[in-house]
Design a protein around this ligand. Structure first.
Ligand SMILES: *[C@@H]1O[C@H](CO)[C@@H](O)[C@H](O)[C@H]1NC(C)=O
Ligand SMILES: *[C@@H]1O[C@H](CO)[C@@H](O)[C@H](O)[C@H]1NC(C)=O
Ligand SMILES: *[C@@H]1O[C@H](CO)[C@@H](O)[C@H](O)[C@H]1NC(C)=O
Ligand SMILES: *[C@@H]1O[C@H](CO)[C@@H](O)[C@H](O)[C@H]1NC(C)=O
Ligand SMILES: *[C@@H]1O[C@H](CO)[C@@H](O)[C@H](O)[C@H]1NC(C)=O
Length: 391
């Protein structure tokens, strides 16, 4: 007993003081009983809280809890019927193995007010790959007349889209639902009328088909344009700590696309409580709904960056837009070489977060598409396309 640690000495001193002195032959059994009690309480505590509660993890194993911080925590409150139903459906969708298609295709979904200024560039991009993709166009203001056969008859039924409103998300869901009708579609790419391709078709196809994640942008911005847009009306389902931000331009793998059209619970929270003028701030569902949803239900299944490049470095309300004279081989080479993503918080600190782009475990360039280009840049892009897209 002399060599016992300070902790053991503490217990022993306690036992000595609390009356065991009179019956020295009972000292050891008492010591054991009390120790067993402590251990049982500890084990029960760990068993009860470990899988659900990262706070308990920190109490019991300070410093080694990072894994638990990333796993969505099952809340200790009683869930509503709808939440339980949603959890079950989500789990089933995520666990389902990808549909085995003999002819995997990519759905290119264009969200546009009217005509697509870069249709001829996309036509050039698609040529020779007819059975590997499908085009869907949601034209919300004006039905375009098409010049490329790949776009003829590809308009889906559309509705009006108001910038920053839930109708934007509705249009995304409408595109996904239409594209899901084709069981061969495995990745679902959302593009705007100002987007252009940065690589040739085969490069893009391999990048998107041989991956197991969705390229969805998602980061934690504590500033006014991030967390500042959160409304407590989203409780109890969506807590402040889970509120995320990210660019609207995603690619989703098939399970994730199904999950988005199946979700009613979180979608409704955003429709009601994330809109311009909500609680005195302007919340834009298209920048928060999908990042928050996937951060909550499948954080490991998203890449956390968007494969559509955009330049926010000027710090204005709108990103940099490129005129014809900006479009040079050097600009395109610069963009296609980028292999890290950059996020800047909107608080006073303007914290820069740089993340390497890792594809299937290997560092690779991040971007497949870029925005925003003015229509007058078309000719320049057409001239340069074959040059800048050589791998
Ligand atoms: C992805 O990585 C795994 C493990 O390193 C490897 O076996 C597989 O071939 C990779 N897939 C592609 C398409 O490169
Ligand atoms: C995707 O594949 C990578 C590399 O093979 C693996 O580490 C990762 O866990 C997989 N992610 C998902 C969501 O399956
Ligand atoms: C994306 O970020 C989340 C944390 O928000 C992390 O858990 C997840 O592993 C990241 N995804 C990948 C593919 O690294
Ligand atoms: C391309 O990148 C180089 C090196 O960072 C930079 O000096 C140059 O200004 C960039 N050019 C364009 C057109 O963006
Ligand atoms: C094509 O690319 C090469 C190498 O990147 C470059 O030297 C050449 O100037 C480019 N051609 C045009 C027309 O820009």
């Amino acid at each position: 007993m002399k060599t016992a640690t300070a902790w053991h000495l503490g217990i022993k001193d306690y036992l000595t003081i609390s009356g065991s002195r009179q019956r020295p032959h009972l000292r050891r059994p008492n010591w054991v009983i009390v120790l067993v009690c402590f251990v049982s309480i500890f084990v029960v505590g760990v068993y009860k809280y470990w899988p659900r509660n990262s706070a308990a993890c920190h109490i019991f194993f300070s410093g080694s809890c990072s894994k638990y911080d990333q796993v969505p925590i099952v809340p200790s409150r009683e869930l509503t019927d709808e939440e339980i139903a949603s959890q079950v459906v989500t789990r089933e969708i995520l666990m389902s193995s990808p549909v085995q298609s003999n002819n995997p295709k990519i759905a290119f979904m264009f969200l546009t007010p009217g005509p697509l200024p870069f249709e001829t560039l996309w036509d050039k991009f698609f040529q020779g790959h007819d059975d590997k993709f499908t085009v869907y166009v949601h034209a919300s203001r004006e039905q375009p007349t098409n010049v490329s056969p790949y776009f003829v008859g590809r308009n889906i039924r559309s509705e009006k889209v108001a910038w920053g409103k839930i109708s934007m998300v509705d249009a995304e869901r409408r595109l996904l639902a239409n594209a899901l009708e084709d069981p061969d579609n495995q990745q679902f790419v959302l593009l705007s009328d100002s987007c252009v391709p940065l690589h040739n078709f085969d490069y893009v196809y391999n990048y998107l088909i041989f991956t197991n994640v969705s390229f969805l942008d998602c980061f934690d911005d504590p500033g006014p344009h991030g967390g500042g847009r959160y409304s407590e009306h989203m409780l109890p389902e969506i807590e402040y700590k889970d509120f995320r931000k990210g660019s609207q331009w995603f690619t989703l793998k098939r399970q994730h696309a199904i999950l988005v059209v199946a979700d009613g619970l979180y979608y409704r929270k955003f429709r009601l409580y994330c809109r311009p003028g909500m609680d005195g701030s302007n919340c834009y569902s298209d920048e928060h709904y999908l990042p928050t949803l996937f951060h909550m239900v499948d954080p490991g299944g998203i890449a956390n960056w968007s494969v559509t490049y955009v330049d926010w470095s000027e710090g204005k309300w709108h990103p940099k837009s490129y005129w014809a004279h900006d479009v040079t081989n050097e600009l395109l080479k610069n963009i296609t070489a980028l292999d890290y993503s950059l996020h800047v918080t909107s608080d006073k600190k303007k914290t820069k977060m740089i993340n390497e782009c890792v594809w299937n475990g290997t560092r690779r360039p991040c971007y497949l598409f870029a925005r925003k280009f003015y229509p007058q840049a078309l000719d320049k892009l057409m001239q340069l396309f074959s040059n800048y897209t050589v791998s």
